[in-house]
Unconditional design. Structure first.
Length: 194
């Protein structure tokens, strides 16, 4: 087998393997914003703009019969005038309960919850982009949740807005098309130098 044939075979092999690998990445970001009152690390805030963000992967979405959850991921909260804190609990994630239509940052270990109620969530399974959706406040924030700035406690708030955005990853057909183009280009170059 000539050197050129070996390169052609290697490129073909890489193109075939690359197509299904692109389908594995499914990043998703859930964001809930609103105004809230409470404290973090002993610092109080009143009617401050607050943004909860969870970055995860749709491959981690589970359904237990009544609740969709997405965990693990990276969760943060940004409070105007205070800053951004990272949640330190390994159990905090994002949840949707179709029977009680809402989407919330949720920690089953502490019962902490902060999110949005809307009938839209009766058919949402945490695996696609959606929103923005404004609805009532979900809060069980009086349960303290550990963050990098100290314990977060939510004592009240206003209606919130939820949005889920999926990341941009190439679908398998794009990667396969790129691989096919590279193989074709190699064939043209090979013929010219043969």
């Amino acid at each position: 087998m000539s050197f050129a044939s070996k390169i052609f075979s290697a490129l073909t092999f890489v193109a075939v393997l690359a197509a299904p690998m692109a389908a594995l990445a499914s990043p998703i970001t859930y964001t809930t914003t609103g105004l809230a009152s409470g404290s973090i690390g002993g610092t109080s805030f009143t009617n401050s703009s607050i943004t909860f963000t969870f970055v995860g992967d749709t491959d981690n979405v589970n359904f237990n019969g009544s609740l969709y959850t997405n965990n693990p991921g990276v969760s943060t909260v940004d409070i105007a005038g205070i800053g951004t804190a990272m949640f330190t609990s390994s159990t905090i994630g994002f949840a949707v309960e179709p029977g009680y239509p809402g989407a919330a940052f949720y920690d089953p270990a502490t019962s902490f919850a902060f999110g949005t109620t809307s009938t839209v969530f009766t058919s949402y399974a945490l695996d696609t982009a959606i929103g923005p959706i404004t609805g009532g406040l979900i809060s069980n924030g009086t349960q303290a949740e550990a963050t990098s700035l100290g314990a977060l406690v939510i004592t009240g708030g206003t209606p919130t807005t939820f949005q889920a955005a999926t990341g941009v990853t190439p679908e398998p057909s794009t990667v396969a098309l790129l691989g096919t183009g590279l193989v074709g280009l190699f064939g043209i170059v090979r013929r010219r130098f043969s």
